[in-house]
Design a protein around this ligand. Structure first.
Ligand SMILES: [Zn+2]
Length: 76
């Protein structure tokens, strides 16, 4: 499954990132320049689901993946 996001690619700045999902990973990638970053679903569940309050901290997950791409972009 893939869906567009409102996050602009931090690498090229010219396209919105696409969130792709497979059974193991969530991946955010840029269809224009190919910058991408992934987080395993296991990490998402372990780090971003607050079972006590029944909250999935979705925005933090996206922020984490986005920051990863931004970091990669800075290297180039
Ligand atoms: Zn890009």
């Amino acid at each position: 499954m893939e869906m567009g996001t409102s996050y602009v690619c931090p690498s090229c700045g010219k396209a919105n990132l696409v969130l792709a999902e497979n059974p193991i990973f969530l991946t955010l990638y840029c269809p224009r320049c190919g910058a991408h970053s992934s987080i395993s679903k296991r990490s998402v569940i372990r780090g971003y689901v607050d079972y006590e309050n029944g909250v999935f901290r979705w925005r933090e997950v996206m922020g984490y993946i986005y920051a990863s791409i931004a970091t990669i972009g800075q290297k180039g």
